[in-house]
Design a protein around this ligand. Sequence first.
Ligand code: AMP
Length: 421
Amino acid sequence: MRREGLRCFMGFRVFEEVCLIQRAVEEPAPGFQSMGLSPAMLRALKKARYFTPSPIQAELIPEALDGKDVIGQAKTGTGKTAAFGIPIIEMLEQRGKGPQAIILAPTRELVQQIVVELTKLADSQDVAVCGIYGGEPIERQLRALTRGVDIVVGTPGRVLDHIERRTLYLGDIFHVVLDEADRMLDIGFRPDIERILRKVPDPHQTLLLSATISDEIRKLAQRYMYQAVALNLSKDEPSVETIQQYYITVENERKFDLLVHLLRRDSPRQCIVFTRTKRGADRLADRLRGKVPGVATIHGDLAQSVRNRVMQGFRDGTIPVLVATDVVGRGIDVSDISHVINFDIPDDAENYLHRIGRTGRMGKDGLAYMFVCPDQGEPLTAIESLINKTIPTLNVEGFEPARREVRRVPKFQELFSNIRR
Ligand code: AMP
């Protein structure tokens, strides 16, 4: 019921756009041609050099243009931002009192990246996009919201803050995106998200993107989405497949030397080194600075201006080695990252996927090393069970395990078959 008006509108819009495409665009981006996108969007895609839709784009864009609620299981690096960004920009109407679309994302970095991507997709169109997040003075955001925006992208906490101050009006919202929903729930944003969703007027469209679909996400979807179409693209997701993964057995005290050795040996184009804690990231970056060039650290305790500078340096290649923690590191979207080094084994097996997904983006090759101490067999097995494959071990010359190899913990099935024998 609530979708009929939109479908009707979209049907007309698609028809109108197809006519326009035929008239106005000489060389449209071929892969996107059959989607009924506007000439302005096809020009923006061509300018961005997006010639072929990625799998999530091919599946999600038509469903979203049809006005449906969609749950897309896809990781970052698969083109998911454009997958929701393209249809939203296409469906925007005349600017009203408040924004028509709200995109919630877990970290400032991800918010900023989404703003950049949407601005690229809305090239030459009058679409105002505003990023709202903590860690910067609120004035810029207030000015932008007062001027009028079409799309708001924000972290749940700061979005709620604006709603409570009555500086963000949700009465015109039609599109809601929950990006990296699993991560937002991990960070504890669930109550904030629900409070925001309850304020969005009906009818509206919700697009939920998540690397993993847990029971908690399913419950959220059941409660706030309407007959959602579920797209699982993670099985075809190229990124993990194109990443060569290895673990290296190493005593805790030798991890630093091993890291220096690998960085000197491989001289990675761009590398993220993951640590478990913010202090650990700072300490490691300090020690590395005298040993390898271009090292910086990034984590949630740094001022936003510092984080921006570091990310800029990482993007332009002046900082090839970035030491990061999980929360900030996983939002990093730089397509040329060649190496991910898990200096500390991730606490949570799912974080492993998020970490290594920083490399091998959009089908490019990547290399992921994980340092595993001899007593860390259990977390290693948990990761292997999650990715459903055995990670090969790598012997590094000069760092051969002297005494103790990692003691792998047998998987549940193996244990079970042993008992039966
Ligand atoms: P995302 O998964 O949204 O973080 O996107 C990963 C990277 O792929 C970003 O740098 C995008 O600019 C880029 N990208 C997205 N869609 C396409 C496409 N169809 N063709 C080429 N690059 C793309």
